[in-house]
Design a binder for this molecule. Structure first.
Ligand code: PLP
Length: 408
């Protein structure tokens, strides 16, 4: 849980660029951009200044009814201008999970508005992560996040992440007339960094088209230059009905997310008197968060982190693949986006009782922060990371693996 409870804590006190410092003044490389979000790196005074300016002009005023604010309007237009979605409309929220809820409700409400209220089934993928709210928890493709809560959302199912056949079978099993939407990340992130097989998303788009199912892309991790473009999905040349975003839109400086929805799906609700899509939250469209996003996007564009990201992707891929020969390593997944996973062997994990948490701890003790998930160490540095820092990250991970290997 994300609560601050009793017990020893690793207290992060300061951050600059790709570095963070703990409360002892020790420095660490931020190998994960915190939780996949700090795309422009830490300590950008330009964002802090924009936030200060906004707080001094219009601190906050809720977006509801016909109330709006300039930063939220400008941000929405800017995002819409880059989105690979037909006739895009933007709904702002406070984060990824909230955006998933919004997209799921929008999909169901859209079908209800078409006279198909029974069309509510949601399909997602194994390894997919979609936040921990109600719909998101029900769509996560990892059992450990779902178990123990009962069935929060009925009419949700998960299919293997790499199989078009399995997706089609599931659509036919449920009945296409009952399936509202299919949710997928461009590259699965928290579930272990799985890029799609060639042709996968073209096939998904074709299946969704054929059976009339809404295609929702969860770009919460993959957006804002982590894959060299705005929303990640552009790599695969397909146009979804909705895109969910968060994290990199502000580089995490302030919380903000949203849904970009096609005009066709939005049409029954957009600016209509008696709008039947009753949904929203107090802080959605917060002007100060939107101002932070605008300043962050200015940096992404001015420094062309979209192009830089593609260079880092290549460098990271080359560096991290050198770990494939390590005796504890089963597989290295990288090469699509600035993200990588180093998976440990079954023999290490089950045979020798090694945990990824141990490797994480050894790496952090050596000055590099990674992320440990059950089988893999995950890597997703800020997009301003240098070649020397990538080299340092990978050599530190190697020595952490060596240390754990020797201890067991
Ligand atoms: N979707 C994806 C792909 C994510 O990685 C995350 C968070 O890691 C979410 C949704 C949920 O976002 P949040 O934690 O802001 O609710």
């Amino acid at each position: 849980m994300n609560t601050i409870s009793q017990g020893p804590k690793f207290v992060v006190s300061r951050a600059e660029g790709a570095w963070i410092w703990d409360d002892n003044g020790d420095r660490y490389l931020d190998g994960t951009a915190s939780l996949w979000y700090c795309n422009v790196g830490h300590g950008r005074t330009e964002i802090a200044d924009a936030v200060h300016r906004q707080l001094s002009t219009l601190d906050a005023y809720a977006v509801y009814g016909d109330f709006a604010n300039e930063p939220a309007l400008q941000l929405s237009e800017r995002l819409a201008a880059h989105a690979p979605v037909a006739d895009p409309r933007v709904i702002l929220t406070c984060g990824g999970g909230e955006s998933i809820e919004t997209a799921a409700k929008l999909a169901r409400r859209y079908w209800a508005a078409q006279g198909q209220p029974e069309r509510g089934h949601l399909i997602s993928r194994t390894g997919g992560y979609h936040g921990l709210h109600g719909f998101g928890t029900s769509m996560i493709g990892m059992d450990r996040f779902r178990s123990g809560f009962g069935q929060i959302v009925k009419d949700a199912s998960v299919v293997p992440h790499d199989s078009l056949e399995a997706l089609e079978e599931e659509i036919l099993r449920v009945g296409p007339e009952r399936v509202a939407a299919f949710f997928a990340e461009p590259v699965i992130g928290a579930g272990g960094v799985y890029a799609p097989a060639p042709g996968y998303f073209e096939g998904v788009a074709e299946l969704c088209q054929r059976y009339g199912i809404l295609f929702v892309v969860d770009s919460v991790i993959c957006g804002f230059a982590r894959m060299g473009n705005w929303f990640g999905i552009e790599r695969f040349g397909v146009r979804p009905d909705m895109i969910v975003f968060a994290k990199g839109v502000t580089s995490g400086y302030l919380p903000l997310g949203g849904v970009i929805v096609s005009g066709e799906v939005a049409e029954p609700f957009w600016n209509r008197p008696g709008n039947p899509f009753i949904h929203g939250t107090t802080y959605a469209g917060h002007p100060t968060c939107a101002a932070a996003a605008m300043a962050n996007l200015d940096i992404l564009e001015r420094e062309d982190l979209f192009t830089v990201s593609l260079e880092i992707e290549t460098q990271l891929d080359a560096a991290v693949r050198t770990l494939a020969d390590h005796p504890l390593v089963a597989e290295v997944r990288s090469g699509v986006g600035v993200m990588a996973a180093v998976e440990l062997t079954t023999e290490a994990l089950e045979g020798r009782g090694i945990t990824t948490a141990e490797v994480f701890t050894e790496a952090r003790a050596r000055g590099v922060v990674l992320r440990a998930v059950p089988h893999s160490l995950l890597i997703s540095p800020p997009l301003i990371v240098t070649w020397e820092q990538i080299d340092h990250l990978v050599s530190t991970l190697r020595s952490a693996l060596d240390a754990v290997d020797q201890r067991h």
